[in-house]
Design a binder for this molecule. Structure first.
Ligand SMILES: *Cc1c(COP(=O)(O)O)cnc(C)c1O
Length: 225
């Protein structure tokens, strides 16, 4: 695990070097201490991803205010408040109920939060998200929801070493994004984020059109749950 100062900074540089221009890196810091985030921050990283409400709130309070926080985990509606308070982007909108709750909380505190719709294409039933055929309705609902701004789609590929499955998952996620972009979100330049790709599969995601990768392990090392 790269826990020394140089460890995080050099791992971060190596990851950045591997990304083509135009692909945004979200450094996924979940389960790693605020210190590790600070090391990446001092090496120039600004976008960070967290997957638990409490952890996000604690880190946001302890770390520089210009960090752009992305919430990437399954969010229960009763945990919306601390997340809407600090997240710039909620990438994991996986139900209409959650979308409504995020919009209501954002309106309550007088802000607009960027959201991505999470699409479920992976084989694991444990992963959440809208089915591809539910995405159009979800986008329409997001457009009608004050307090949220729909900026794209997030997805995960199946957890497998079979590259052909991973590729086809990413192609399906990209197809969902492109379909929304051409129809419901046509003429809305803010709808530009296709968030897919993690430490193990980022190259395949980028090949399939990803504009944002979410990378934890390759920067911070293994997580201790
Ligand atoms: C944890 C997590 C990641 C990062 O995974 P790594 O394999 O550590 O890069 C990316 N996306 C989501 C949604 C995650 O929960």
């Amino acid at each position: 695990m790269p826990d020394a100062m140089a460890g995080v900074a050099s791992a971060l540089q190596a990851v950045k070097k591997s990304l083509p221009e135009g692909v945004t890196l979200v450094a996924v810091s979940k389960f790693h201490p605020a210190d590790a985030v600070r090391q990446a921050y001092e090496a120039g990283q600004r976008h960070f991803g967290e997957s638990r409400a409490q952890e996000l709130r604690d880190k946001a309070a302890a770390l520089p205010a210009d960090i752009v926080w992305h919430f990437i985990g399954h969010l229960q509606t009763n945990k919306v408040r601390p997340v809407v308070a600090v997240a710039s982007v909620i990438q994991s909108i996986d139900s209409l109920r959650l979308l409504d709750a995020v919009g209501a909380e954002a309106r309550r505190i007088g802000r607009t939060v960027d959201v991505l719709l999470q699409v479920h294409v992976a084989r694991e039933l444990t992963k959440t998200g809208f089915l591809p055929e539910e995405m159009a309705d979800a986008a329409v609902r997001a457009l009608a929801t004050e307090g949220v701004r729909l900026t794209g789609v997030m997805g995960m590929a199946s957890n497998t070493d079979d590259a052909s499955i991973v590729k086809s998952d990413f192609a399906r996620i990209a197809a969902c994004f492109n379909e929304l972009k051409q129809v419901i979100m046509a003429g809305r330049p803010e709808f530009a984020v296709l968030s897919m790709g993690m430490s193990g599969d980022a190259p395949l995601a980028i090949e399939a059109g990803s504009t944002m990768v979410r990378i934890g392990t390759a920067i911070f090392g293994e997580r201790n749950y």
